[in-house]
Design a protein around this ligand. Structure first.
Ligand code: HOC
Length: 385
């Protein structure tokens, strides 16, 4: 908890220092011209607070309940693929820190750690994010493992009918790195050798990335070739119905942008929705998530929980989303930078920064419980209404 790290941008700079370009940009970049990437953050600046002054709030309650589970904080950790590239045992490390803070962790299908080990690392709620890679049979094995391991919800991402175009990843050879084929990686090795600290830790953690929760057949080289599977995870409403039945527990749909899709998800019997544009990594030029949150909240009319991710870098952003009707938010890059900068202490610092921001902002707003936040605490642009 170095005093030099006062905000998430500071963690981002430390991550950039430690990581090879291909790994840093994998976290940092977005799709196409990255319009939505910058606007996810910038849109929060269009919302202004309306504080109640001369109000004492000696205690502030930050707990929220989502899917009937208690979270000590109104934010949880979002699924972030390939976290083991950022730091040894990255997914386990991040889940452990979420658990210590009393908040949730969502494990990506594209985890480098076994889902059982990740679940074991936390006593707080852990959700499993599912891609349909390799078809329903492959997914079914993972669903059964996730159930057995004790994940309390499955999160189905619906915005990946094809992978978004991340130009920085193309230039840097990120796909080649994930392909696990050392020959394909050769041209990009120079990015790694200039980061000896990362490289030593990465090799110590086993080196080449693997995806132990996606039980694909091994390719001709004797290892799982994840590359082609990363091109798409097509999930239709029919698939969602199948997943809901195969899982038989709480189900969250992630990647909703519009009221119509929210209503479809509701009709299908899902338990929660995440308003998400995949951290601006899929379709560029979609509206920032905070901008479309009111439409989705209105569409579900309080019948299920609505969460949001995208662009959260400060506690004030969390509070603005709650004022607009979200039950909580997910942070992705904010903690991934911390993980990449310093492992567990980096994730802990990211959580602490946002938590203390939330607490301070609540006091400045004159509100003593996040459950009491509503749209009377903010002003939004006329065009959002
Ligand atoms: C399966 C097709 O969520 C990311 C990950 C992977 C997206 C792959 C999409 O990098 O955003």
């Amino acid at each position: 908890s170095s005093p030099a790290v006062v905000n998430i941008s500071d963690l981002r700079l430390l991550a950039e220092k430690r990581l090879p370009r291909m790994v840093f940009d994998y976290i940092d970049s977005g799709a196409d011209r990255e319009q939505t990437l910058s606007q996810n953050c910038a849109a929060f600046n269009e919302i202004f607070f309306r504080p109640r002054c001369a109000v004492a709030t000696p205690t502030c309650n930050l707990t929220t309940s989502v899917l009937d589970q208690e979270f000590q904080l109104p934010f949880m950790l979002a699924p972030v693929g390939s976290s083991r590239l950022f730091y040894p045992k990255g997914e386990v490390v991040a889940a452990r820190e979420a658990g210590k803070a009393g908040t949730g962790y969502t494990l990506s299908t594209l985890s480098g750690c076994r889902l059982e080990d990740v679940k074991e690392a936390t006593n707080s709620p852990a959700w499993y994010q599912l891609y349909l890679l390799g078809g329903r049979d492959v997914a079914l094995k993972t669903i059964q493992r996730a159930k057995l391991a004790g994940f309390s919800a499955i999160v189905v991402t619906i915005d990946t009918p094809v992978s978004g175009l991340r130009e920085r990843d193309l230039l840097n050879g990120t796909k080649e790195l994930l392909s696990r084929n050392p020959i394909k990686m050769l041209p990009y090795l120079s990015q790694m050798v200039v980061k000896p600290c990362w490289m030593t830790q990465w090799l110590g953690d086993g080196g080449l990335m693997s995806f132990p929760n996606v039980e694909l057949e091994d390719g001709p080289m004797g290892y799982t070739e994840i590359g082609p599977a990363l091109e798409a995870s097509v999930v239709t409403w029919e698939d969602l119905k199948w997943i809901r039945e195969a899982w038989g527990g709480k189900i969250v749909v992630k990647g909703v942008h519009i009221g119509d899709d929210a209503r479809k998800a509701l009709a299908l019997g899902v338990d929660a929705i995440v308003v998400s544009n995949h951290g601006a990594r899929q379709l560029d030029s979609v509206a920032p998530t905070i901008r479309v949150l009111p439409e989705v909240v209105k569409a579900v009319n309080g019948k299920i929980d609505v969460l949001l991710d995208g662009g959260i870098r400060r506690g004030g952003d969390v509070i603005k989303a709650l004022c607009l009707g979200a039950k909580g938010v997910l942070i992705g890059r904010a903690y991934a930078y911390g993980l990449a900068a310093a492992g567990g202490p980096g994730v802990a610092r990211a959580i602490e920064i946002i938590k203390t921001d939330v607490l301070r902002t609540m006091k400045l707003l004159g509100c003593d419980s996040v459950k009491s936040l509503n749209n009377s605490f903010i002003t939004i642009p006329e065009s959002w209404k």
